[in-house]
Write a protein that binds this ligand. Structure first.
Ligand code: GLN
Length: 242
């Protein structure tokens, strides 16, 4: 980060922005400004090059065909991989998460190469599509309150040895492998199946990205009573006897 200025890059809004995922950029931007940062937000369409000087990159979910096109273009561009090797932070949702992995199965049933930024492989789930509310406990090493969200995906994601599970589900399917894992991360690259949009329901994640970008352990607190009330409501609903 240069001075007090944060460069936030929203990747391919024309292809990857379902279920309000663009809200993630709004939340990161607002919470950064509330901490006195000057935010420069860059929305990069899929016919434009990915800038390599961003601090935080956000990638949303998408339908199967746009996902294939986005992966092809990102791989051809190479900018996101260069940004990560320079220390950039990436947070991805659903189709974006699958694209960051080593490989996924695309809309025409072929195995397609991903960016290899996360050690995960996504196959097409044989069972019912994973759709519904999710409640999950984030990896304790990240020291964050539980994650709530909404998932809608057919892909099932298997984690390789260098990917850590982002969270463990109490409710919902997460990676869909049946092992209770949800999402994955490694160093500064994160992936989740949570829509919602995830930051609007879980501002602790926006703050995690900001802390990484600023290289600090804590940020000035904000009034998060609305978020906390929603989280408490989802935890109560998930733990209520049927
Ligand atoms: N097309 C992917 C799947 O179904 C991702 C869907 C999404 O981004 N919501 O697995």
């Amino acid at each position: 980060m240069s001075d007090n200025s944060l460069r936030l890059v929203w990747v391919y809004p024309d292809l990857l922005s379902t279920y309000g995922d663009q809200g993630n950029a709004l939340v990161v931007e607002r919470r950064a400004r509330q901490r006195g940062l000057d935010v420069q937000r860059v929305d990069v369409r899929s016919d434009q090059p990915i800038p390599t000087s961003g601090d935080i990159y956000l990638i949303g979910g998408g339908e199967d065909r746009p996902q294939r096109l986005a992966a092809e273009r990102l791989l051809r561009d190479g900018g996101l991989e260069r940004a990560v090797s320079n220390g950039a932070i990436v947070f991805s949702v659903c189709a974006g998460y699958q694209i960051l992995g080593n490989e996924f199965v695309n809309d025409v049933g072929e195995r397609q190469q991903g960016l290899g930024l996360l050690d995960v492989v996504t196959v097409r789930g044989e069972g019912e599509r994973c759709v519904g509310d999710v409640l999950a406990d984030i990896d304790p090493r990240l020291n964050l309150p539980p994650l709530t969200g909404f998932e809608n995906h057919q892909g099932v994601t298997h984690l390789g040895p260098t990917a850590k599970p982002f969270a463990r589900t109490r409710l919902g399917r997460g990676n869909g492998t049946g092992d209770g894992t949800e999402g994955a991360y490694n160093d500064t690259v994160f992936g989740t199946y949570m829509h919602g949009p995830v930051m609007a329901r879980n501002p602790q994640i926006a703050d995690l990205l900001l802390k990484l970008a600023l290289d600090v352990n804590a940020l000035p607190g904000l009034d998060d009573r609305w978020y906390e009330a929603l989280r408490d409501e989802r935890i109560a609903a998930a733990t209520q006897p049927a």
